[in-house]
Design a protein around this ligand. Sequence first.
Ligand code: BES
Ligand code: MN
Ligand code: ZN
Length: 455
Amino acid sequence: MKAFSSLVSKADQATELVLLDPTDYEKWAKSASTKQKELIAKQSFEGKRGQKAWVQTEDTTYVLIGWDKKNDLAALGHLPFGLPEGQYRTNQKLSEIQLLGWGMGAYSFDRYKSPKRFPAQIEIRDDALREKVQAITESVFLARDLINTPASDMSPSHIESEIHAMAEKQDAVFSCWTGDELLDQNCGAIHAVGRASVDPPRLIELKWGHNNHPKICLVGKGVTFDSGGLDLKSAAGMRQMKKDMGGAAIAIALAHLIMKRNLPVQLRLLIPAAENSISGNAFRPGDILTTRKGLTVEIDNTDAEGRLLLCDALALADEEKPELIVDFATLTGAARSAVGTEISAMFTHSDLIAEKLYKQGESNADPLWRLPLHESYNKMLESKVADLVNSASSGYAGAITAALFLKNFLEDSSNWVHFDVMAYNLNTTPGKPEGGEGMAMRAVFAYLEETYGQT
Ligand code: BES
Ligand code: MN
Ligand code: ZN
């Protein structure tokens, strides 16, 4: 994780920032000297977002920053790399989400290439506020790093090491079933997806918290590379598939945040990790798998592998009867057709949870949209020879049929929320740089805080 932070408690040599929208700027210009006005005119500053102007007086230098005052990530998200390296401060009151935009905008993936520069730093004097923004920023960085790291350095065993290290740091209990142990534990679906890879599949578990707190279980799809299996993807379809462990990255980073913020919950993190690869022992179309729940699944398409990892993990999650189960997965292209790449598709039976999550998504610039668990589409998952097929017979409603598939593996699905996420920014916008992204994670954290946190 990054040692460098763009959020500092005390800036010794800070440049003052003055944040102005176009109206503020008009007022400000009235009291400015002619010389200053000339200088600013040269920098074509009008107070619009993205504009900056440097102002020199006899004894100080400060920077005018155009902004829209919006309470969102974008307001300051362009500044960490839009301003020269150094420390900055302001007397103006900045909100948590605006400061988070600064933190999130300071990310760069530099594991394989040294960074060109450091991000600019902002002073946050309020310790409680800074610690919270820092914890969220750090968790977002963790999710992004895990996703951006290529499959050769982020295989199932690497994911296991990440979680193991996290467990040791936080005094959590760690366990893992690897390779054939999965068969002993009746996780035939996870095993089938991952067995063709040189790095065996596994189901990784972390448990943390007091046993008198409510049980929350987080599950994440950890396909470290999705070639499609024998139903091989095209070159273009495979190109970004290092990100197919995005759901796992989000669940891991959310677990990190929950522990870091000491949320009064009993946390269980379950990560099924596998590489969907090809070899002589790869699972095939037509194979029938026996899952943890006891249901049999006929393989129609080896590229519908995510739901196979999740079905065993969700069955195991459900056995403990937790108060809430949340899963995250880069599950279907169909979810991307439905809501695009910036919005996470959400599925749940609970109107109350859906509404609260939706609101948190809006106020935290982490947009979610609910899709229905339309029961009648279950007919598309019928198999003539097994309890279910893994891929629906029709090309329609692919995100919904994937979610309905998962639902079969829960005894009680009233407390379950499923997110079908992109986990990737296709291009850079303020606060959200191109590459891996911890989508839905901040909205869920805010919901958990609202529901289970001490006030
Ligand atoms: N990991 C993919 C889904 C995916 C593809 C997410 C592209 C984001 C971008 C998943 O394993 C997959 O291949 N899904 C198939 C399912 C189909 C075979 C039923 C899909 O969506 O095409
Ligand atoms: Mn696939
Ligand atoms: Zn996949």
